[in-house]
Design a protein around this ligand. Sequence first.
Ligand SMILES: NC(=O)c1ccc[n+]([C@@H]2O[C@H](COP(=O)([O-])OP(=O)(O)OC[C@H]3O[C@@H](n4cnc5c(N)ncnc54)[C@H](O)[C@@H]3O)[C@@H](O)[C@H]2O)c1
Length: 278
Amino acid sequence: MKSPGYKVKIGIVGCGAIGSRMAEAIRKDFKNDCRLIGLYDINRYKVERLIKKLAINISANQSLESIINKSDCMIEAVNSDQAKNIVKKTLKAKKSILAMSVGRILNSKGLFELARKNKCYILLPSGAIAGIDAVKAASLKRINKITLTTRKPPAGLMNNEHLKRRGIDLSKIKKETVLFNGPVEKAVKYFPQNINVAATIALASQAKRRKSPFLVRLITSPKYTRNIHEIEMEGDFGHMVSRTENVPCPDNPKTSYLAVLSGLQTLKQYCTGILVGT
Ligand SMILES: NC(=O)c1ccc[n+]([C@@H]2O[C@H](COP(=O)([O-])OP(=O)(O)OC[C@H]3O[C@@H](n4cnc5c(N)ncnc54)[C@H](O)[C@@H]3O)[C@@H](O)[C@H]2O)c1
């Protein structure tokens, strides 16, 4: 527990849609609870641009390692398979991390063990989906069935390598089309940037420990304008259906705006120590 008035020192890696908005909120809305001590991006221009926009007195030349060492908690918001290494580096330095790229760390049991050993937090926001609170609680007893159906406009799936390999041209899709229907492990492997919510549900429901598979369906249509996620779950607790219709983030159509807000709320809870919901 930090002393009264202490401002949690935050470093951000990845200054894209999510990282930039989180930096702005730390600077304006959460300034009594935390402060920004460093920004890092492989694209230095993005760091310089953000520092200028925030009118903040920090250097744009800091290494990732030095930011980690100075911070209490890092925020990971990179669109790369380096996400896992960034989380590992942070935990090795005995610092906590709020990680947005949940799909990239789903199969990294070692990271969770490292966090436990070094007594630091891995904070994984619910992201762009409602119902994670119930999934977490329900997972303490039996879950018989859990499915996720995600609907995304083609723009939210652009440049996906798996679709390219399969020769699927998103611009030629004219009607509702199922792009994937299968287990969560494959969903996050093929769509690492598009379906973080599936990884979050898998972790929240402890999918690996259960016998019944967690199935994911991904559907697209040029008629869709929102990222829509539906969870259906059945278990000892009863039956749950949740549906979230997300507005895409203006800076990145692959990212839902609610995911940004969810990251911010998770950070706020961490900094203030007040946690509402499971
Ligand atoms: N948990 C969720 O529900 C959820 C929802 C949306 C997005 N996400 C994930 O959050 C991450 C960030 O999303 P975004 O919309 O901000 O992406 P973005 O593309 O807008 O920004 C990513 C930034 O990361 C930088 N970057 C890439 N590799 C880097 C590296 N190795 N080191 C430092 N910087 C690096 C890029 O230059 C870019 O500025 C993505 O992995 C995305 O899949 C998670």
